[in-house]
Design a protein around this ligand. Structure first.
Ligand SMILES: Nc1ncnc2c1ncn2[C@@H]1O[C@H](COP(=O)(O)OP(=O)(O)OP(=O)(O)O)[C@@H](O)[C@H]1O
Ligand SMILES: [Mg+2]
Length: 332
């Protein structure tokens, strides 16, 4: 099982920048940042991309939205940003939420200005020294700041925009594939910035190294609904793998033994006290296991809790096997 888990080994870049302090929003904002209630998203009323979704985002969460191409991730983020109306239900921002939104076009800036001038126009109060200092943290070092924006590569433009967005100190960042076209050093710099960022982050990415670095929660948008997974990418991918395996095994079992149930010990013919006691114990154990199964369904997306339930179940299972064996011995 372990070997089958997806390995996440991050490539190392020497020339990236690691943020050591925290990047704090100008104002912390409310406890509940975004709330979706019975929300359906899409473009045509009679063809929603999703069923009803009810979700909420708490201050400080860092949520990665993942899912297959065309699932509706960009549509979801645009609806969250208020750029697209909901097809049904609501998607509401809390009071005093100051969002920054980055979509795939945000990085397409074109200007005769130098990198330094472009940055300073956004932050006129900054001294040249401070502006250079900020830009250096996003890998525009030395002569880089004199380059004209129009001559930057796609990845460099996106990096400049991201530096400007983060320096605005929003308390919510909605980002659609922010690392597209970026090289490894730029990606790792951004990873570090998002790790240092203490605001709320809702971002779409296909890059599992990037997601794994700082996402605390995974929302998988697939087949018209979101699975809310409370954990990082590694745990998510292990959980997904297990889910797939369990489904496969169940299908296989159904094929092999269509209606056969787990064999249960038959009622003993004699009325020996020891056997009766054993049977009561077996029944109690079976009930406990059934309760744990129900609990596991309830916590289907909570990795930590599932592991605890699983461990408890395994213990009960092995105890139950012993009870069965003893019962068979007594009835032999
Ligand atoms: N402006 C639009 N009008 C109508 N349909 C659209 C529009 N934009 C996207 N769609 C459709 O909505 C669906 C979801 O698109 P969306 O861009 O949200 O997917 P995505 O999950 O972001 O995909 P990707 O991973 O490729 O970025 C797709 O079938 C797409 O063709
Ligand atoms: Mg998209």
């Amino acid at each position: 099982m372990l070997e089958r888990m997806e390995k996440i080994e991050k490539p190392e870049a020497e020339d990236c920048h690691i943020f050591t302090g925290s990047i704090d929003p100008e104002v912390p904002g409310p406890k509940w940042v975004l709330q979706a209630e019975k929300l359906k998203i899409g473009y045509e009323k009679d063809k929603p991309l999703t069923g009803e979704m009810s979700l909420r985002i708490r201050r400080g969460q860092k949520i990665a939205v993942i899912g297959p191409n065309g699932a509706g991730k960009t549509t979801f983020l645009k609806t969250a940003a208020g750029l697209l109306p909901a097809l049904a239900g609501r998607f509401e921002m809390g009071q005093n939420v100051f969002p920054a939104y980055f979509d795939q076009h945000s990085g397409q800036i074109d200007s005769e200005d130098s990198v330094l001038d472009h940055f300073k126009k956004h932050f006129p109060a900054l001294t040249e020294k401070d502006a250079r200092h900020e830009l250096a943290a996003y890998l525009f070092r030395g002569k880089d700041v004199c380059k004209q924006v129009k001559d930057l590569s796609g990845g460099e433009k996106a990096r400049l925009v991201m530096a400007e967005l983060l320096n605005e100190r929003p308390n919510l960042m909605l980002l659609d594939e922010p690392t597209n076209h970026m090289d490894i050093a730029a990606k790792e710099t951004l990873e570090s910035a998002f790790k240092a960022y203490t605001g709320t982050l809702l971002f779409v990415s296909h890059d599992r190294y990037f997601i794994d670095k700082f996402a605390t929660r995974i929302w998988e948008l697939r087949d018209g609904h979101i699975t809310d997974f409370r954990g990082g990418y590694k745990e998510f991918s292990a959980w997904r793998e297990r889910q797939t395996l369990v489904t496969q095994l169940e299908k296989q079992k159904e094929k092999e033994q269509p209606k056969e149930k787990k064999p249960k010990p038959e009622r003993p013919k004699n009325n020996d006290k020891a056997i009766a006691r054993l049977e009561r114990e077996i029944q109690r154990q079976e009930e406990k296991i059934a309760e744990l199964d129900k609990l596991a369904e309830q916590y289907a997306t909570d990795y930590q809790k599932l592991m605890e339930i699983q461990a408890e179940k395994e213990e009960l299972d092995s105890g139950l096997m012993e009870l069965y064996e003893r019962w068979e011995e007594l009835n032999a």
